[in-house]
Write a protein that binds this ligand. Structure first.
Ligand code: 6PG
Ligand code: NI
Length: 192
């Protein structure tokens, strides 16, 4: 028995109901509306208009009860709605994990992209149901819905990783994912 046996949550199974979009037992749920994505879309005017036109929900994150603390391994399921703003596919804010920690995603439904950026190099991984995407330590990550239905994926990450959103505002993500004639078109990240 390890010295870490006395944990805040016991061994457990967690049920994901895809139709209902719920976890049981459940932890916190986060809803990100367009207004929460300030400064992230290339076309600022299109973003402002979308905020004024009903401020739609862009994505939600439901979490298991496993806490975000050192040595624990929390999970969450993100669902990104389909859509574009100024031609840019709807996406998560994107973040870096302080102290550089790895993370995995598993595609559950819909079609997505996992954009990773280490400050110099960029990687794009297409995510379909069953795809495992791996983010090594030090790679900021953003998810994009590249299909026309909701895109859902499971994330598993170290509980002490933390989330640094300022990093992406400062450094960008290397590339942007636009809606193109053949699906997604990746273009250089340009400020503003
Ligand atoms: C994490 C995961 C993932 C992510 C969501 C929302 O570290 O917790 O990468 O659960 O937080 O997909 O993305 P943003 O955190 O970038 O808004
Ligand atoms: Ni992460």
């Amino acid at each position: 028995m390890s010295q870490y046996h006395a944990v805040p949550v016991p061994p457990m199974s967690i049920r994901f109901d895809q139709a209902a979009g719920t976890l049981s037992p459940e932890g916190p749920t986060l809803t990100r509306r367009m207004s929460d994505l300030e400064g992230l879309f290339r076309d600022h005017e299109a973003w402002e208009k979308a905020v004024a036109d009903g401020d739609p929900v862009v994505y939600s994150v439901i979490s298991s009860p496993v806490p975000e603390i050192d040595r624990e391994l929390p999970q969450s399921i993100t669902t990104i709605q389909p859509g574009t703003t100024g031609g840019e596919l709807w996406m998560t804010k994107g973040h870096q994990h302080p102290n550089h920690q790895g993370e995995i995603y598993l595609g559950i439904s819909g079609r997505g992209g996992l954009l990773m950026f280490d400050g110099t190099e960029t990687r794009w991984v297409e995510m379909t149901p069953g795809t495992i995407g791996y983010m090594p330590p030090g790679w900021a990550h953003r998810s994009v819905n590249i299909g026309d239905e909701p895109y859902s994926f499971l994330a598993v990450y170290p509980g002490g990783a933390g989330h640094d959103y300022g990093w992406v505002l400062e450094h960008g993500m290397g590339l942007r994912a636009l809606s193109g004639a053949d699906g997604v078109e990746l273009v250089d990240y340009v400020e503003g």
